[in-house]
Design a protein around this ligand. Structure first.
Ligand code: THU
Length: 132
């Protein structure tokens, strides 16, 4: 599937500008291409109880499911300077669930599959295998 990375990045930047990050002052925006061609996005939403912060990826996954589901094909994450940012550990797991090991991510050193960022991943297949 063709990925327009510039378009994805522009969606991530637009989302980043909507972030609610008064505590960290570190706005984050993400965008992803879904396997049916739609583009979804998300921004971080913080909370006075710091630990309850929702990463931008949480918003993205919520948007994915609430707009019809599907599989994530390509993903990008940006900071306030519009530089690429690597997703945090917890969010790599969210991406594993909805994109799997072949999900493509833009990084400073080029496009990488999620399997490089989260090797030996635990995912839904592991549960399926063991519950048979
Ligand atoms: N953040 C994200 O939204 N996604 C990531 O993958 C990295 C971290 C947010 C959480 C918090 O609001 C801010 O960045 C600083 O950690």
């Amino acid at each position: 599937m063709h990925v327009d990375w510039d378009l994805l990045k522009s969606h991530a930047v637009t989302a980043m500008k909507q972030a609610y990050a008064p505590y960290s002052k570190f706005p984050v925006g993400v965008a992803a291409l879904v396997d049916d061609g739609r583009i979804i996005s998300g921004c971080n939403v913080e909370n006075a109880s710091y630990g309850l912060t929702l990463c931008a990826e949480c918003g993205l996954v919520s948007s994915l499911i609430n707009s019809g589901g599907g599989r994530l094909v390509a993903f990008t994450c940006v900071d306030i300077s519009e530089n690429f940012l690597m997703p945090c550990g917890r969010c790599r797991q969210l991406l594993q669930e909805h994109g799997g090991s072949n999900l493509q991510l833009m990084t400073d050193t080029g496009i990488k599959p999620l399997s490089e960022l989260l090797p030996w991943a635990f995912g839904p297949e592991e549960i399926d295998k063991r519950l048979d």
